[in-house]
Design a protein around this ligand. Structure first.
Ligand code: P6P
Length: 334
């Protein structure tokens, strides 16, 4: 690629499609639709402080959480783009109780599972928030999307990624051939390639965990892990602490600098807080494609076969050596 070529996400996706024979272009079109939804959401997030989109929408989602107005707008943005785009047969959103069938006459062959706006509690304090998405191929042969289409192990994902609405808006995705990052130029309305084949450092600078749950972690091994990262239990594993409280922001920083994010099971969240299908599994696919790792504390996230749409899982994700250190420490007993 010439030094100063402007590569839009559309051009990059097309190039990738040509590199991997047999592509019909439908996945490319679905990724465009997701990029369009991200631009719509970015516009609303940018304006959040100026127009009346702050604060709760006055109702609660399936998670029992107050829906923020931007949550609702972001969810609708996906339905208005992807839902009508003809690439998917069914969609699963953190904001909807059950699967939502595609609305167009000829449904596509893909399944989209997404968290339209993760970290939405940070909206009103102007902290970065994100979108997370996961794409599977349907397993049913025809007709409406089925629960079997939705409940597939992360290892079967066709593509996955996230959008970070921060100082700049970035879209990061993998389609199984490396991880690629794009930054939105709002002046031209294009996502431009800024990092090709992003690799996460094997050993991190940071550890990210909410230490206020110290006494309520179900697996006390996490206390040994954090003590090691603080240098309490001897030298050699010290790290710096960074915890934003917005999964996509914490994950993206760790992707670039190296680091590990942990959300263990704790007394009030015995299966962990984060959702498997549209948070842990897509980020795990990205992490592994970038040379990192992701487990539930013991086994790879991507090997977990989900049993329900909004199933939660503990999450340890980031630099490979750090995830392995944590897995060893948890397995060593305490
Ligand atoms: P806690 C935001 O609500 C979120 O789902 C993730 O974005 C974030 O990593 C996590 O919850 C923070 O949870 O319990 O530390 O406030």
């Amino acid at each position: 690629m010439p030094d100063h070529e402007l590569v839009t996400i559309e051009r990059f996706i097309l190039r990738q499609e040509k590199l991997h024979g047999g592509a019909t272009g439908e996945l490319s079109d679905l990724l465009y639709d997701i990029a369009l939804a991200a631009k719509v959401i970015a516009r609303q997030v940018r304006a959040a402080g100026l127009i009346d989109v702050l604060g709760a929408a006055g109702n609660r989602n399936v998670q029992g959480e107050d829906q923020q107005k931007l949550d609702v707008i972001a969810n609708d943005a996906f339905k208005d783009t992807v839902g009508n785009g003809g690439r998917v047969v069914v969609m699963v959103s953190e904001e909807d109780d059950g699967p939502v069938q595609a609305t167009n006459a000829e449904p596509g062959k893909y399944v989209l599972l997404y968290d339209p706006l993760d970290g939405s509690s940070n909206i009103d304090v102007n902290v970065s928030i994100g979108t997370i998405f996961s794409i599977h191929r349907r397993v049913s042969s025809k007709g409406p999307g089925t629960m079997e289409d939705c409940l597939q192990a992360g290892r079967k994902q066709v593509a996955a990624g996230y959008v970070l609405y921060g100082p700049s808006t970035m879209l990061v995705y993998t389609a199984g051939h490396g991880v690629h990052a794009f930054t939105l130029d709002p002046n031209i309305g294009e996502f431009l390639l800024t990092r090709e084949d992003l690799r996460i450092p094997a050993r991190g600078k940071y550890y990210s965990i909410n230490e206020s749950y110290w006494t309520s972690w179900v697996d006390g091994g996490y206390r040994k892990v954090v003590d090691a990262f603080k240098g309490v239990t001897g030298k050699g594993e010290e790290r710096n602490a960074r915890y934003i409280g917005s999964l996509v922001a914490d994950f993206h920083r760790n992707m670039l600098t190296g680091g590990v994010f942990m959300y263990p099971a704790e007394a009030k969240a015995p299966k962990g807080k984060l959702r498997l299908l549209y948070e842990s599994a897509p980020l795990a696919f990205v992490a592994e494609q970038a040379g990192g790792a992701a487990t539930d504390g013991s086994k790879p996230i991507l090997d977990i076969v989900p049993r329900s749409l909004h199933e939660r899982s503990p999450l340890v994700i980031g630099s490979k050596d750090d995830v392995e250190f944590i897995t060893r420490t948890l397995a060593s007993g305490h």
